[in-house]
Design a protein around this ligand. Structure first.
Ligand code: ADP
Ligand code: ZN
Length: 704
């Protein structure tokens, strides 16, 4: 059992250093287990909150917590994040100067730092501090890198087994988001921690909205989607290096701040791309799966899969990079059959081809699901969900089934007429009665069934055929140029009147002309969130740290809601810890106060109109009201005009005649509705006074 002393420190430490009021599920148990010096294996989805599981105990241990992490490039951000929370931390690597390295050793010996990040390659350089006297705990992040079963195998991780031998009494906490059993066993074996406590957190990430779309017009769909979210960062995963570059350049041509990232770029280019993304200088990264590990940016708001992922593990890890702050995030997957075919090709001949193909099949089933997608995902990770999630496209827009027997019969009979030798494209061309070169060359236009499916669009046919394949009414012969073939089930449909149910193809809503979309003005509202975001951006620039390290989006949202205007209230906000309160508190409070003040002024403006209205209703003349209120009579007239358009009972006709209104109406047309009153005044050569023009315009506006 944990000492009561430590027990009582947990929540206050969480608040003081991380600003949070509560642990997420499992965090507390894991932390207690670490403090009890158990070895631990923690499996939690990306964004689940693994870091605190070793960072918080590090604060309570006497000595150093050594953090083994695979990517040197990203250690700096993690250390910056800790420092921003007032936690003494550093990183060590072979590229540092000797004096820097020595100063780190000194700090460790003098117990001046709590956490030290290091890549496995550099561990042997730390021999002199690798003793139980100095090191209280060892955290191994991205622990799946140790296993050749995992998808990010790193040979340098395989030497980590010596740690337990050298420091047998120092607790190890290994963390990963990869759940499969072979990898888990490998981690325990290789780290020599067979008795580690195992923690398997739920893989559900409720805040991520799941959506699958057909892959038609992907670029247009993406443009439309990104334009609607001018301030939101996102990642687009592509299958090939070339497609990351093509897509990034198309987005750039359309005014979107996008960059490509893949393993073919040199180290400097990759580092810069990562940093620019983390520091909010790039909005969109088009990347291969090489991008993302170790990127803790909490305000990635969306992830798009331009191509179909190879398996569900990869897909889930990638979408998990969005919405780490727990706020609403979106994951869109473009589903295309040609991607599946492509991936199958890559796999063929591989040692574990069968396993890979089976995993791809599960991915495909997920993409084509007609039931809650989250249920399918979680069941893949061994979790059962009792209810539908309500936050996926299927839940939000359940498919509508209809009797599609005739459609199925048409497609299957064309496949039969084509002797099961043609792929989907040609089958659809024949169905739609196309007269292109292939059709004419092969004489398919002479077939009886040429054109039997004219009334259905190309895209819809594509969808229907996918559904027929999924239901087993026909299949793809992958080894025979992807020709469509009949199955035993097909015969039932063709000859035994078996009923086939299909669903209406999904409409691609965001299809629109690019040029038109470009002209769409970006409306930036003056909300408190926007102002706080700007302030955060400025602070981040000044301090040269990523904006999300100042405060997360979730924390800003909470400030917007609660509008704290003093230190005590600000400290109540989740994400505001002691150090951040001290360093950033005044700036944020000032911003909130000024925002609230400006809103009050606006409200006062409305009030002033109402005071005028009260006096007007009492029957005072304009001059009398002006005198009483110490305002100019023109101001009173503008109040009345506003009151009138707001629907108040103001008798405009007592100030301006019908004839004058008509003149002004004509003038409005002639002058093409100028934004000011002066053009009218000049047109009438001063004959109609300003207040009359103002009132008449109010009247014309109200009449519509
Ligand atoms: P992981 O390493 O599992 O991918 P992180 O440790 O980066 O996830 O945590 C994801 C996000 O959740 C971070 O922004 C972190 O600050 C936040 N977080 C972690 N624990 C809590 C908590 N108890 N309350 C609120 N936010 C938390
Ligand atoms: Zn659902």
């Amino acid at each position: 059992m944990l000492s009561t002393e430590n027990q009582e420190k947990l929540l206050p430490t969480l608040k003081k250093y991380f600003g949070y009021d509560q642990f997420r599920t499992q965090q507390q148990e894991i932390i207690e287990s670490v403090l009890l010096k158990n070895d631990n294996l923690v499996i939690m989805p990306t964004g689940g909150g693994k870091s605190i599981c070793f960072q918080l105990p590090a604060l309570l241990f006497d000595g150093l917590t050594l953090v083994i992490s695979p990517l040197i490039a990203l250690m700096k951000d993690q250390v910056d994040g800790l420092n921003a929370n007032g936690i003494a931390a550093d990183f060590y690597n072979s590229s540092q100067e000797t004096h820097e390295q020595n100063s780190i050793f000194d700090k460790v010996v003098n117990k001046e730092i709590k956490l030290l990040y290091v890549a496995p390659e550099s561990l042997q350089l730390l021999q002199n501090i690798l003793t139980e006297e100095h090191v209280s705990c060892i955290a191994i992040d991205e622990a799946h890198c140790i296993s050749s079963w995992g998808h990010d195998f790193r040979p340098s991780y395989q030497q980590l087994g010596f740690l337990k031998k050298t420091l047998p009494n120092t607790p190890i906490i290994a963390l990963t988001a990869t759940a499969d059993k072979a990898t888990r066993r490998d981690i325990l074996d290789q780290l020599n921690i067979p008795n580690a406590k195992r923690f398997l957190a739920s893989f559900d990430r409720k805040n991520i909205e799941l959506e699958v779309r057909p892959a038609n017009d992907r670029v247009l769909q993406i443009l439309k989607f990104v334009r609607k979210k001018p301030n939101e960062a996102g990642i687009i995963y592509c299958l090939s290096r070339k497609s990351t570059e093509d897509l990034a350049s198309k987005l750039k041509q359309n005014g979107i701040n996008a960059t490509a990232y893949h393993a073919g770029l040199n180290f400097l280019e990759r580092t810069k791309t990562q940093e620019d993304f983390i520091y909010d200088k790039t909005q969109v990264v088009c990347a291969t799966i090489a991008f993302g590990m170790g990127i803790d940016k909490s305000n990635v708001r969306w992830v798009i899969h331009y191509n179909m992922p190879k398996n569900i593990e990869g897909y889930y890890q990638e979408i998990g990079r969005s919405g780490r702050d727990g706020m609403k995030a979106t994951a869109i997957l473009f589903h295309s059959y040609s991607d599946v075919i492509q991936l199958r090709k890559f796999m063929s001949g591989a040692a574990n081809e069968e396993v890979q193909a089976a995993k791809l099949e599960r991915m495909k089933q997920f993409s084509e699901a007609t039931t809650c997608r989250r249920k399918i995902l979680l069941s893949y990770f061994g979790e059962l969900m009792a209810k539908n999630c309500g936050n996926c496209d299927v839940c939000k827009n359940p498919p509508q089934f209809f009797n599609g027997t005739v459609i199925a019969q048409k497609a299957l009979s064309v496949i039969a007429r084509l002797k099961e030798e043609e792929a989907t494209g040609t089958v659809i061309d024949v169905l739609r009665g196309a007269h292109n070169a292939t059709i004419l060359d092969k004489g398919y236009d002479k077939l009886k069934s040429h054109g039997v499916g004219k009334e259905i669009s190309w895209r819809d046919w594509q969808q229907y055929i996918i559904q027929l394949i999924n239901q087993g009414f026909c299949e793809i012969a992958f080894h025979k140029n992807n020709a469509l073939r009949l199955t035993n089930f097909s015969k039932k449909v063709l000859f035994e009147n078996e009923i086939v149910y299909l669903t209406k193809p999904v409409e691609v809503k965001e299809k629109e002309v690019v040029e038109k979309a470009i002209k769409e003005p970006k409306v930036k509202k003056d909300t408190l969130f926007e102002r706080l975001r700007k302030l955060r951006h400025q602070i981040a620039l000044d301090e040269n740290i990523p904006a999300y390290l100042v405060f997360s989006d979730a924390t800003l949202k909470e400030m917007e809601r609660a509008r704290p205007m003093c230190e005590a209230d600000l400290l109540e906000i989740s994400g505001v810890g002691q150090r951040k309160l001290e360093v950033y508190g005044d700036d944020f409070i000032a911003e909130i106060v000024s925002f609230v003040g400006s809103k009050v002024k606006k409200e006062r403006k409305n009030d002033t109109n109402l005071v005028t209205y009260e006096l007007y209703k009492e029957g005072l003349s304009i001059d009398e009201i002006a005198k009483k209120r110490n305002l100019k009579s023109t101001t009173i007239f503008s109040h009345l005009a506003k009151l009138y358009t707001d629907g108040k009972n103001v008798d405009i006709h007592s100030f301006v005649s019908n004839e004058e209104v008509e003149k002004i109406r004509k003038a409005q047309e002639e002058l093409e509705n100028p934004p000011a009153l002066k053009p009218y005044f000049d047109l009438f050569e001063g004959q109609i006074e300003y207040f009359k023009i103002r009132l008449a315009l109010a009247m014309i506006e109200k009449e519509g």
